[in-house]
Ligand binder design. Structure first.
Ligand SMILES: Nc1ncnc2c1ncn2[C@@H]1O[C@H](COP(=O)(O)O)[C@@H](OP(=O)(O)O)[C@H]1O
Ligand SMILES: [Mg+2]
Length: 399
């Protein structure tokens, strides 16, 4: 970090109120890091409906039933479990608080970028401030709110200030690791379009919790192809915990609503999401997959894991992601989004139909692509994907 950047961040590396702007500074105050009155628990419990009990044969049930290390006082764990039935309730509440704060910072910076036309001058410093500031806020809130056990954060930004040096963690198959993308969809962020603050928790190599703050996503559903709003409330916070389903609420704090993927079983009625950036996903291949499947609607191209959120609440039926050869997917680009979709009843796999494996460190061990849809469409989607890839490879071998 250079000195100019350090000066723009206040003490402790927290973004200076002047940088946030008066409204953002006021809203930061409205969401205090510590409760103003002494509650019986050190954090407010979220209003979760009791978790559904996964069937005993499911991997979620086996996972939930495994012996787990003791974290926090036994009394606290008991109170938490009785109150919500969600063993990760405290972590979920902290994660929501963290990304909501980070989203407010990002919103203020994005407005500055869009209004000042900074992007055309190739001045990257506001993006850097939002990226680093978002990570600092999330890191500090998690540390303050979930203090038991060692703190491990796998994040996109590594080694900025000591406050976020935790982002260096390598992740892996054991222990607990927070996984953070402080601004996912940076290109969309700079353009004034969609982006997300994505935070997940890995426990023994599995994603057990995910939250996605999508400040520019309409709260109810996407009403036009680039994901922007044509009126109505904007700013959605998706969340999911393993075995407990997925929810959406407004970033301003409306009560959470359960969400589920669409139930479309005929591809003719389906639409599909993909990256806005053709450099991130091969639009020619996704077009060919859609054609083989019989999808008639044009692709809905939006940036970031907002796609996973939109899919999870049924705004569209399919998400296709096929990076160009040699690209290695990062765990922070998919951890939060994938659990939001699977807990909403969807399926997320690689192009061969295998579950994504988040236990291998900072990267996902795959190089073919990622697909997501509902259970009804997945078999025919997989076939279309494999046929399209085969055709593309054959065409390439003839060149
Ligand atoms: N060549 C590439 N192929 C695939 N993904 C890429 C890429 N270059 C960057 N990305 C990833 O794509 C993410 C954005 O995904 P999407 O296309 O869905 O908006 C980026 O996240 P960041 O913006 O956090 O860096 C980045 O991690
Ligand atoms: Mg990203």
């Amino acid at each position: 970090m250079d000195m100019a950047m350090a000066a723009r961040l206040g003490p402790l590396g927290l973004p200076h109120a002047a940088l946030l702007g008066s409204s953002a500074a006021a809203s930061t105050r409205a969401l205090p890091l510590a409760p103003s009155r002494a509650p019986r628990l050190p954090y407010p419990l979220p209003h979760f409906p009791t978790c559904r009990r996964p069937s005993s044969s499911s991997s979620a049930a086996a996972y939930a039933a495994r012996p787990r290390p003791r974290r926090g006082s036994p009394r606290l764990l008991a109170v938490r479990a009785m109150a919500s039935g969600n063993p990760y309730a405290a972590e979920l509440a902290a994660a929501k608080k963290a990304v909501t704060l980070a989203a407010r910072l990002c919103q203020a910076v994005q407005q500055d970028i869009v209004h000042s036309g900074i992007q055309s001058k190739a001045d990257k410093s506001p993006v850097t401030v939002a990226d680093y500031g978002s990570q600092i806020l999330v890191s500090l809130v998690l540390k303050m709110e979930v203090s038991s056990g060692p703190f491990s954060l796998v994040a996109e930004e590594e080694g900025i200030l000591s406050a976020i040096d935790d982002g260096k963690s390598k992740g892996g198959p054991t222990g607990r690791h927070w996984v953070l993308d402080p601004i996912d969809g940076t290109k969309g962020f700079v353009r004034g379009d969609q982006y997300a603050i994505a935070l997940a928790l890995l426990d023994e190599g599995k994603v057990v919790l995910g939250v996605l703050a999508c400040p520019n996503l309409p709260l109810s559903s996407i009403s036009n192809p680039n994901g922007s709003s044509s009126g109505g409330q904007v700013g959605a916070l998706f969340s999911a915990t393993i075995g407990c389903g997925a929810e959406v609420e407004s970033l301003d704090g409306s009560p959470p609503q359960k969400i589920s993927v669409c139930s479309i079983d005929n591809p003719v009625n389906a639409s599909f999401f993909e990256s806005y950036e053709s450099a991130h996903s091969m639009h020619d291949l996704t077009g060919s997959i859609a054609e083989k499947l019989g999808v008639l609607a044009p692709p809905v191209r939006i940036d970031s894991q907002a796609k996973y959120g939109a899919l999870a609440r049924g705004d569209g039926a399919i998400y296709l992601r096929f990076p160009h050869k040699g690209y290695k997917e990062k765990i922070w680009d998919h951890a939060a989004g994938s659990i939001v979709v699977t807990e909403a009843g969807g399926i997320v796999t690689d192009a061969a139909g295998n579950d994504l494996d988040f236990s291998k460190g900072r990267f996902l061990d795959l190089d073919t692509g990622i697909i997501a849809t509902n259970k009804q469409l997945m078999p025919s989607l997989l076939k279309a994907v494999q046929d399209a890839i085969k055709e593309k490879n054959q065409a390439a071998s003839l060149l």
